[in-house]
Design a protein around this ligand. Structure first.
Ligand code: AMP
Ligand code: MG
Length: 432
């Protein structure tokens, strides 16, 4: 098929120069309008999981993925310890003890948490100790101070104790040799606490994924500046940047560029060696200012796809440039968000070696309705809770962002749907 024939089926692309082979090839592929899973697969095909690792102080490693396994060198806790303020003693010395007939023991030492008693406890003696202190050798239980007269030289114990009573055993939490964290696990607060508890102050982690983010559009201006007629403020840069940060990714740059293919190509070329992926928004459709097609040509990129069978954000385009994926999303904020979440996020998860970062699917019962037919798979916003998804009454258009507030999922409406009614079962993808 010639470029001209192709463009008859390809709407506004007709104004372009079809002499470029890459573009012809791209338009041929564009006719395919691939499915979401195929788009992800093609991107993963040109992406590499991060290999580079870093040794970081534990606190700097928060949120990062471990590049090695960590085992416990010691049991936790490392010694038998007292869970309360009282006296360590031998249970047999309290046989028959009561309020009226207390056992009377000599107090031979006093230790706080962090101290160790060097005294040997023999029959008839006890050690005064506080919560967290190691239970001394020779004792087999601890009596809480409430069951004594708080004696300093001699203590009266008002009840009988059982062997092992009120003693936290060494290894109660885990034994030496236990695998605390596996390679590939993310360091969250619990993991940081576990690693710190095992004395691990430095962690080997994969380096962060580096992404260059660009928004395009001559009409788009920086928030905080005065606005001229016809201009709009740049939502996408903040939306995309915010989401990348939430996913633990480092946006190396977040620039806005006008609708000039040459400048966009130059900026991408200038940054490609520093990043793992380039993300752009805007300029991917079929209008005269949809410059990203020309960017592919200028950079001589290998087009992976253009147009995905989903709404919103269908004109998403991707190409491989110097071995890295460049993913160009629609300029409509909700379209950009949906495709970031559904197309880009699984690729980020793969590159970050973190399968759990990929969006999570749930089944939900619809609360509300969505009265629109969908010939292609469509994603709309919703609020998921306890197996139900509440749909906003309005504000489903791809250029609308306000109704996204408080939404925590994308509802996956299959191709050919007549709409959603109250009580319908749907799949949702959590925005966690
Ligand atoms: P485009 O994909 O460039 O055709 O843009 C689609 C729509 O999204 C147009 O109405 C643009 O004005 C709007 N748009 C593009 N980029 C942004 C942005 N960074 N922030 C907010 N809206 C945008
Ligand atoms: Mg535009």
């Amino acid at each position: 098929m010639s470029g001209r024939e192709a463009c008859n089926n390809c709407e506004g692309v007709a104004q372009r120069d079809f002499s470029n082979d890459k573009l012809q090839e791209g338009i041929g592929k564009a006719m395919e309008r691939i499915g979401l899973e195929e788009a992800v697969k093609r991107l993963i095909g040109v992406s590499e999981p991060i290999e580079e690792t870093q040794l970081l102080a534990l606190e700097k490693g928060m949120g990062r993925v471990l590049a090695r396994e960590y085992k416990a060198a010691l049991p936790q806790p490392p010694f038998n310890r007292s869970p309360l303020d009282g006296y360590a003693l031998r249970a047999e010395d309290t046989a028959g003890a009561s309020k009226d007939r207390p056992a009377v023991l000599e107090v031979i030492d006093k230790i706080m948490a962090g101290m160790v008693s060097k005294k040997m406890v023999i029959p008839g003696t006890a050690v005064r100790l506080m919560t967290g202190a190691p239970v001394p050798d020779g004792t087999d239980c601890v009596v809480g101070q409430e069951d004594t007269d708080y004696g300093e030289k001699c203590v009266r114990v008002y009840r009988e104790l059982k062997v092992h009573e009120n003693m936290v055993d060494a290894g109660e939490d885990y034994q030496a040799g236990t695998v605390l964290m596996e390679k590939g696990e993310r360091i969250d607060a619990a993991a940081a606490g576990i690693l710190a508890g095992a004395g691990i102050g430095e962690v080997k982690v994969y380096r962060r994924l580096r992404v260059a983010l660009f928004t395009t559009g001559d009409e788009v201006i920086e928030p905080g500046k005065g606005r001229e007629a016809g201009k709009i403020y740049d939502s996408n840069r903040y939306l995309m940047w915010g989401r990348l940060k939430e996913l633990g990714i480092e946006p190396v740059c977040w620039e806005h560029i006008g609708d000039e293919a040459k400048t966009a190509a130059e900026r991408i070329a200038a940054l490609i060696s520093e990043v793992d992926m380039v993300l752009t928004t805007g300029g991917v459709s079929v209008g005269e200012k949809d410059i990203m097609h020309d960017v592919v040509s200028i950079l001589n990129g290998d087009r992976l796809f253009w147009r995905v069978a989903l709404k919103p954000g269908s004109p998403a385009l991707a190409f491989c440039f110097q071995g890295k994926p460049v993913i160009c999303l629609s300029g409509n904020p909700f379209g950009a968000f949906v495709t970031l979440e559904m197309i880009v996020r699984p690729v980020l998860a793969y590159m970050m070696r973190e399968p759990l970062l990929a969006p999570e699917r749930r089944q939900a019962r619809v609360n509300g309705g969505f009265h629109k037919r969908s010939s292609v798979r469509r994603f709309i916003r919703g609020i998921y809770k306890d197996g139900c998804v509440v749909l906003p009454e309005r504000g489903h258009a791809s250029g609308v962002l306000f109704s996204m507030k408080r939404c925590n999922c994308l509802v996956d409406i299959p191709a050919g749907s007549e709409g959603l009614a109250d009580g319908d079962e749907v799949a949702v993808w959590l925005l966690e």
